[in-house]
Design a protein. Structure first.
Ligand SMILES: C[S@@+](CC[C@H](N)C(=O)[O-])C[C@H]1O[C@@H](n2cnc3c(N)ncnc32)[C@H](O)[C@@H]1O
Length: 474
């Protein structure tokens, strides 16, 4: 037996000993041949609603279950928040090695990651103008580790490294690069593996956001749920779901599964850029959720070259209504339509900026905004300009990228440069396709309006306000 299989076997044995109930119809398998690490596979036919496994709550690696939480004040964990608290507990359990209850679990968790946090600068460069590059947050995480986590480890060094005469020294060494890297690894594990774990008294089944969410549910406690996190994910082939029960978390089939089929969870409707950022891989069937972001900067830049009546007041008003964002999504959509694919907030922002003074004052008095489903011909032209501006931020064109289409290597090192370059290229191609679709949809809209009004202006670079006129610095 290979060490990889031995670790899987020891993990499954530990889990059973911890009180987990695991159907004999499933197996944890080595799927490295398809570059998917470990995964859970059906070895017999499974019916819809059938229980695949149930994990007792005490087996979850969480703040609540770690002995550390009984030794460090509750207020410290509250101050750290769910993410840093779980990182702290994971560091504690990890450095306790075989003394940790979760040692066999750590042995099946990855120590190398392909998520964007661990990409080299030249690899990230392949994403070109993708907004995902601004969401990686490596520096912010480093600062948080140094300013929030390390002081707690230092303060409680004697508990954290209990019995070690060098406890204080070890705590001080936590700011060293290899230890910050370890914190990033724990953070990445949480991002790709943890679930939002509802408190025991809340009986609620986990929806597609079962995997720990980042923004909306920042305050929810996180937990590493053994085996549940060994399921890979697939947007189309999703066939299982985790249900919360008072004593257990239960994974059940949500459709019949045939022997030999892999059991898949779902990460929700994530664009491939985010799939890469959070999970370090992409598959084609997430292309349906791709988005491209139009940065708010394009609006400020375009406005700076034009005199928009009441610009500052309008921005303030839009901000009061929560419409000022760092960027606005345009999503893939099939078929692509302006209504379905373009952020209604972006349309409302553009249409507000275009309002004549009297109309702006009138809407303001009523506390209203222009209707986001009514993009005017002028608004369409401006939007067209933003889209062209955004397309120019990428260092290659869609046609250049498509002339030599990338394919992600199916064998070899999962973290190879070649693989990362190929994944990045597919992400940027997806974004450029959306920009092209949006441009076309706006041209079609202008032509339709032209036919109905006899007007002759098309959305193009010739509009004064259009950002297309000015090339932004690359
Ligand atoms: C929750 S874990 C799933 C278990 C994981 N395969 C393992 O061996 O530990 C999530 C990670 O699995 C991998 N993964 C998930 N779904 C995948 C898929 N459909 N294809 C390839 N890799 C996948 C990614 O590396 C992701 O970060």
């Amino acid at each position: 037996m290979t060490p990889f299989d031995e670790a899987s076997e020891a993990f499954m044995a530990w889990l059973s000993k911890s009180g987990a109930e695991i159907s004999r119809k499933i197996q944890l398998q080595d799927l490295r041949n398809i570059q998917a690490g470990r995964g859970v596979v059906a070895v017999q036919n499974i019916e819809e609603d059938e229980l695949l496994f149930r994990i007792p709550r005490p087996a979850i690696l969480s703040v609540e279950n770690s002995i550390l939480s009984s030794e460090i004040p509750k207020s410290t964990f509250e101050h750290l928040g769910p993410w840093l608290s779980l990182i702290l507990v994971m560091l504690y359990e990890y450095q306790n090695q075989t003394a940790s209850n979760w040692a066999p679990y750590f042995n099946v968790l990855p120590t190398k990651f392909n998520t964007l946090m661990f990409w080299e600068a030249d690899e990230l460069e392949q994403l070109q103008a993708s907004a995902v590059r601004n969401k990686i947050g490596k520096e912010e995480a480093d600062a948080m580790f140094k300013n929030e986590l390390v002081p707690v480890i230092k303060e409680f060094a004697e508990i954290f490294y209990s019995g070690d005469v060098h406890a204080q020294k070890r705590a001080e060494a936590m700011v060293e690069p290899h230890n910050l890297e370890l914190m990033h690894k724990m953070g990445s594990l949480i991002m790709a593996y943890a679930f939002d774990v509802e408190p025991v008294n809340v009986q609620k089944d986990v929806d597609e956001e079962g995997y720990a969410s980042e923004d909306e549910d920042e305050a929810l406690p996180k937990g590493m749920v053994p085996l549940a996190d060994m399921l890979n994910a697939d947007a189309d082939k999703n066939n299982a779901r985790l249900f919360y029960e008072s004593e257990y978390l239960s994974m059940k089939a949500v459709k019949p599964i045939m022997a030999g089929e892999e059991i898949f969870n779902d990460y929700g409707p994530l664009p491939r850029s985010d799939l890469l950022r959070r999970y370090g891989y992409i598959t084609d069937n997430y292309a349906q959720y791709d988005v491209v972001e139009i940065p708010f900067d394009h609006i400020t830049y375009a406005a700076s070259g034009d005199s928009i009546p009441f610009y500052d007041e309008k921005i303030e008003y839009l901000d009061e209504h929560g419409l000022i964002e760092t960027g606005y999504d345009i999503s893939a959509g099939n078929p692509f339509t302006i209504q379905e694919s373009i952020s209604p907030e972006l349309i409302a922002v553009i249409e507000t900026l275009l309002l004549e003074e009297a109309e702006f004052e009138r809407l303001k008095r009523k506390g209203k905004l222009p209707k986001p489903d009514q993009l005017s011909a002028r608004g369409a032209m401006i939007l067209h300009g933003f889209i062209q501006t955004q397309a120019r931020q990428y260092s290659t064109s869609l046609d250049q990228d498509l002339s030599d289409i990338a394919s992600v290597p199916l064998t070899g090192d999962i973290a190879s440069k070649e693989r990362r370059y190929a994944m990045a290229k597919l992400v940027r191609i997806g974004e450029k396709k959306i920009l092209r679709n949006a441009e076309q949809a706006l041209i079609n809209m202008a032509q339709t309006k032209e036919r109905s009004t006899g007007a002759s202006k098309r959305p193009a670079e010739d509009d004064n306000y259009g950002a297309g006129k000015k090339q932004r610095a690359q």
